[in-house]
Design a binder for this molecule. Sequence first.
Ligand SMILES: *[C@@H]1O[C@H](CO)[C@@H](O)[C@H](O)[C@H]1NC(C)=O
Ligand SMILES: *[C@@H]1O[C@H](CO)[C@@H](O)[C@H](O)[C@H]1NC(C)=O
Ligand SMILES: *[C@@H]1O[C@H](CO)[C@@H](O)[C@H](O)[C@H]1NC(C)=O
Length: 435
Amino acid sequence: MFFPARFSLYALFVLVSSALALTTASWSNKQVLVMYDSSLTSPENVPADLFKVNEDFKLSFVDYSDEEAQLFLGEDAIYHHLVFLPSTKRTAAATGIVDKFKLLDFFNKGGNIVAVSSSENSLPESVRLFLNEAGIYPAPKGFVVDDHFDTVSVGADSLLEPRILPDAEVDKYDGTAALVGNNAFTFPLVKAPKTSYTVNPKDASLTAEKTWTLGEQGFLAAAFQGLNSARLAWVGSEQLLTKELVKWTFQEKGVLKLQFVEHYRADEPGLSNRTQYRIKNDVVYTAGVSEWKDGKWVPYVPATEDDVLQLSFKMLDPYHRLNLTILGPGASEENGPNDLNIFYVNFTTPDHHGMFTFELDYKRPGLTFIEDRRVVSVRHLANDEYKRSWDIPNSWLYMTSFAAVVVAWFLFVMNFMYIGEKRPTSAEKETTEKK
Ligand SMILES: *[C@@H]1O[C@H](CO)[C@@H](O)[C@H](O)[C@H]1NC(C)=O
Ligand SMILES: *[C@@H]1O[C@H](CO)[C@@H](O)[C@H](O)[C@H]1NC(C)=O
Ligand SMILES: *[C@@H]1O[C@H](CO)[C@@H](O)[C@H](O)[C@H]1NC(C)=O
């Protein structure tokens, strides 16, 4: 009785320690999980170099019918990135991975997802439900994009978000389309041609109920970025699955990092991070921002005028909303390479005391979001900080009249006491009394 129990405890220990060793050893690599349908493709036929963005990426493959596969080990996700290839079945047996709530949890923890539809096969229902949460509504299984006037093609003029999908060239598009909600964080990438529509070719007649999209209502690819900057990309056909799109989704492109934020009084540049300012102080705000490019951090330069970083100095409402300008490159570490750009702005605190926030809120399509808030108090003038009365020109009139009264009073007293009719001496007084 005793022996087997101890044996199983030992076995558990070995299992746990080897699992820990596995996770720590592979943590430096980016784990990519590719979900595929074995009746359509095999791991050898999956374009591995598309998903293996660089040497740090490690690919794993799991069949949709694998009931054992898991997405999480305890609380932590085993993989950084997920890829869903088309499947013939609506429901997948691999419920340890293909489950709407698990996918939401994975995404909320910062995991990235690529989902690929095709003309004949769709994505499992759970993946479609997850896409719906992000405002992407792919057509059901079997729906294809068609056009009576022209072949459906994709060129430079149908691309909507060059920062996410910079180039895609398809002469004869064979795939499906999606409707996209108006969520501000959902980015349509490729629009369908004006005269196209999405139907199931098995339906003989074309009716409004049987079309999923009509004209430019449909999109052939769309992306979503959560507030935690986790990314999701959906494409209607693997023809649109480009290396750049995968790089964007797997956080190898368009990733920004706020390296530091400092604010100080213009006359006290050494004293950073103060928590209190006075009204009408000259304040300087600086922030260092890096961009991840080709495997390293480089100084970030906003590409267009609209990409300018802005600082709000707000108490409920912004009292200031100012554009930051580039001061120059800097290094995040002492003696390190220049890997960030320093942005700055200086302004005068408003004539209003209270709790204010320095707010940097930078959300641009295709870039990770930067948010930073620093709360400071702005106090009014102390008793000895008000201007002296003679500094105020308005008071000069009153000060002059005050001085005039002082001088006049002095002259009057002088006049009264020493000038004018002589007072009688005591001898004179006596003579007048005797009379
Ligand atoms: C300012 O505060 C930030 C975070 O609170 C800290 O990392 C930084 O070192 C501080 N800077 C100075 C100069 O104290
Ligand atoms: C900030 O930049 C934007 C875009 O270039 C411009 O429209 C706006 O007027 C600028 N704001 C200020 C306060 O200069
Ligand atoms: C910002 O600083 C520069 C140089 O220190 C100064 O010339 C300018 O007046 C300042 N601007 C504001 C709005 O305080």
